[in-house]
Write a protein that binds this ligand. Structure first.
Ligand SMILES: *[C@@H]1O[C@H](CO)[C@@H](O)[C@H](O)[C@H]1NC(C)=O
Ligand SMILES: *[C@@H]1O[C@H](CO)[C@@H](O)[C@H](O)[C@H]1NC(C)=O
Ligand SMILES: *[C@@H]1O[C@H](CO)[C@@H](O)[C@H](O)[C@H]1NC(C)=O
Ligand SMILES: *[C@@H]1O[C@H](CO)[C@@H](O)[C@H](O)[C@H]1NC(C)=O
Ligand SMILES: *[C@@H]1O[C@H](CO)[C@@H](O)[C@H](O)[C@H]1NC(C)=O
Ligand SMILES: *[C@@H]1O[C@H](CO)[C@@H](O)[C@H](O)[C@H]1NC(C)=O
Ligand SMILES: [Zn+2]
Length: 298
């Protein structure tokens, strides 16, 4: 917590100072997704609804660097931290879909700006899933599976942020200037961080763990009947990013872009109608990260 506090304070400043597009839930969003997933390893949560299996919890613990102390959430923003060092990875955080179409297709849309196929967040989820499937099968793995775990955990979060699957010409809302209450920002950032931050301030006394607790309670309560359908993947598939990407572009059109223009001021009405969407996507991201790790590690 000591390390995250100054980072959380700095993050909005850094993001608004950078002209470059930001891609991903903010630090809080990623923390929430990973914490929900890993909470499913605690016997305390005790859900028959598919928590992290013992095998998956053990593999995660084994693959995490020792300084993480077995805590996956502490490294769920690692992929953002290395975006510049591993420049090749920056295209792997999102998907650009055709303007105004409100649909996603892997073959049509999963490519980077040079048109290289498979280089998008859905391709990356498939890539790191298949790398992790080799866990325990070789003494000298071809890939660094610690990095594969950290990328996968981050990208399953990202693909649930509706504007990570957004329109090409506005770069998922990165070029749409808006005011969030009185503060100047871009629409993409509203969905990465502002909605979460405002909810956190207004309802949880700026304590993300209270927010996570409420989501976790809803996963076992309010949403429990939907949870097994969230977890489901196609026949025999280990990861199913295409389902999540389609949901995201649909939510982007129905909620994120809807009613927003250049220089819109977004405040209470937008906040209260969109927060349930953010809550749902964070919860689904956490549940599906756990489900995917279970399918990978058995
Ligand atoms: C936990 O699991 C046990 C045994 O499966 C069950 O009896 C108990 O009601 C569960 N507790 C909660 C809080 O769900
Ligand atoms: C795991 O790390 C996160 C982020 O640093 C922190 O908020 C959380 O309290 C940690 N969880 C545990 C069980 O230590
Ligand atoms: C797959 O993973 C490798 C190792 O990190 C990386 O070099 C490659 O760019 C990745 N490709 C995709 C599409 O994720
Ligand atoms: C794998 O990646 C992690 C994180 O970047 C790094 O700390 C570790 O040294 C790497 N392992 C190997 C064998 O290169
Ligand atoms: C949890 O569910 C309650 C009851 O439907 C709802 O009012 C609340 O907004 C939900 N909270 C979160 C964080 O999802
Ligand atoms: C799915 O997996 C099961 C068990 O591994 C196998 O028997 C079945 O043939 C597979 N189905 C398809 C469509 O690949
Ligand atoms: Zn990201």
């Amino acid at each position: 917590m000591q390390a995250t506090a100054p980072l959380l304070l700095l993050l909005p400043l850094l993001l608004s100072a950078l002209p470059a597009p930001s891609h991903g839930w903010g630090v809080d969003g990623h923390l929430m997704v990973c914490q929900i997933a890993q909470a499913r390893a605690l016997p305390l949560t005790n859900l028959s609804l598919g928590r992290l299996s013992d095998a998956a919890a053990a593999a995660v613990k084994d693959l995490l660097p020792s300084y993480a102390g077995g805590n996956l959430s502490s490294l769920c923003s690692w992929a953002d931290d290395v975006k510049f060092r591993y420049h090749w990875s920056s295209a792997l955080h999102y998907i650009d879909t055709p303007d105004s179409l409100c649909s996603y297709s892997y073959d049509r849309d999963c490519k980077d700006e040079e048109g290289v196929m498979g280089r998008c967040v859905a391709g990356a989820i498939n890539n790191y899933t298949s790398q992790l499937l080799s866990y325990g099968k070789s003494a000298s793995p071809e890939y660094n599976l610690t990095q594969a775990l950290l990328f996968l955990s981050h990208f399953i979060g990202d693909i649930h942020q509706p504007l990570h699957v957004g329109f090409t010409s506005d770069r998922g809302g990165n070029t749409i200037d808006v005011h969030w209450y009185r503060r100047k920002t871009v629409l993409h950032h509203v969905w990465d961080a502002s909605i979460i931050q405002t909810a956190d301030d207004d309802f949880y006394g700026d304590d993300v763990s209270g927010f996570i607790d409420t989501l976790t309670k809803n996963i076992t309560g309010e949403w429990s009947e939907q949870v097994s359908s969230w977890e489901q993947c196609g026949k025999n598939q280990t990861a199913c990013p295409d389902i999540y990407a389609t949901e995201s572009i649909t939510a982007a059109c129905n909620w994120a872009y809807k009613g927003v223009q250049e220089d819109s001021t977004l405040q209470d009405a937008y906040f209260s109608s969109r927060l349930p969407v953010v809550n749902l996507r964070l919860a689904q991201g956490g549940v599906r990260l756990a489900a995917t790790l279970n399918r990978i590690f058995g």
